[in-house]
Design a protein around this ligand. Structure first.
Ligand code: NAI
Length: 305
């Protein structure tokens, strides 16, 4: 019916692509013509261990066997130097970078009262700093070529909350903030940045997903990759948005603002007495940026005149 979406001539970096979701994104983009940098430093789910290039090498071999083009990269995402080195791999091998899928991640779950720096810092480093520095390393190139597609991997755990994941949730919600600003700063240069909130059975979620979905639901990463590829395509129509995807269901998530309550002589008691209206979701709006959100105040003032 319609034309196949392809990525010929495009170079994509996919971090943490040695397994799970990243591997699936890499295979899909490569199968449609993209040249792919398969980044992964190996290591365990909690980020410990010496690491190894072999997971990334394996994915590169899979891509090549299928007739695609890919190169492995073993740098860490979690430092500015690492981000620069990953982007350099793309530039050295393919001369450009068009797409970045920030996907690398680790887990160090613990209840909030027991969190320590060893549980917080590496999680912030890999997810938040990783997305930040890897993207920044490619930013100038993307601005110059007036093209860039960035997909940052968040999580429902950060957007909505999940027990035992204050570190991970903070990092994943931070990624939403990062993406909001990238979308604004990139708009002039045709750089579009969006967020993925995935759900898939991988080594990271094996136990959780098995318990949740039972046996007969297809929670494979391959059910998540199509929305990622769509957001990475040059025809992607949106920027600064969040998409949830799992088991074949895809839907937008958004942060909205209620109409609220206005009184130019606000008091604590007026808050108490009008709290229902303050929380009333009817007529909500979805501001595209901070200025638009401020505009709601002007709307309320004008309506009260
Ligand atoms: P995974 O553990 O299979 O994949 C993560 C990959 O990142 C691993 O291959 C790991 O070696 C790599 N990695 C870790 N630290 C790295 C670093 N410093 N530099 C480079 N690579 C590094 O897990 P999965 O499930 O595929 O996760 C992918 C992303 O999706 C993560 O950001 C995760 O937080 C997120 N996510 C996954 C969900 C799911 O249901 N599987 C749910 C919500 C979010």
């Amino acid at each position: 019916m319609s034309e196949e979406l392809r990525y010929d001539g495009k170079v994509a970096i996919i971090t943490g692509a040695g397994g799970g979701l990243g591997r699936s994104h890499a295979l899909l983009l490569a199968s449609r013509g993209a040249k792919v940098v398969v980044n992964d430093l190996g290591g365990s789910v909690d980020g410990s261990g010496d690491g190894s290039l072999s997971p990334a090498d394996k994915v590169v071999a899979e891509i090549k066997e299928a007739g695609g083009e890919a190169v492995a990269d073993g740098n860490t995402v979690s430092t500015q130097e690492g981000g620069k080195a990953i982007v350099q791999t793309a530039l050295d091998n393919y001369g450009r970078v068009d797409i970045i899928i920030n996907n690398a991640g680790i887990l160090r779950d613990k209840s909030f009262r027991n969190m320590s720096p060893e549980f917080l810092n590496p999680v912030l480093d890999v997810h938040l700093q990783g997305s930040f520095w890897t993207t920044q390393a490619a930013w100038e190139t993307m601005r110059e070529q007036k093209f860039g597609r960035i997909i940052n991997t968040s999580s429902a755990a950060g957007i909505f909350g999940n027990f035992g994941q204050t570190n991970y949730g903070a990092a994943k919600a931070g990624i939403v903030g990062l993406t909001n600003v990238l979308a604004i700063e990139g708009a002039k240069y045709n750089i579009k940045a969006n967020v993925l909130a995935p759900g898939a059975k991988t080594r990271m979620t094996e136990d959780l997903m098995a318990a949740m979905a039972g046996g007969d639901i297809d929670m494979s990463p391959e059910q998540v990759s199509p929305i990622v590829a769509f957001l990475a395509h040059e025809d992607c129509p949106v920027s600064g948005e969040i998409y949830s995807a799992a088991a074949g269901r895809v839907g937008r998530i958004f942060i909205a603002a209620c109409v609220g309550y206005f009184d130019k002589d606000l008091t604590v008691e007026k808050i108490r007495d009008n709290f229902e209206q303050i929380r009333n979701e009817e007529g909500y709006q979805v501001p595209g940026n901070a200025t638009e959100e401020m505009g709601l105040m002007m709307q309320a003032m004008n309506a009260a005149k």
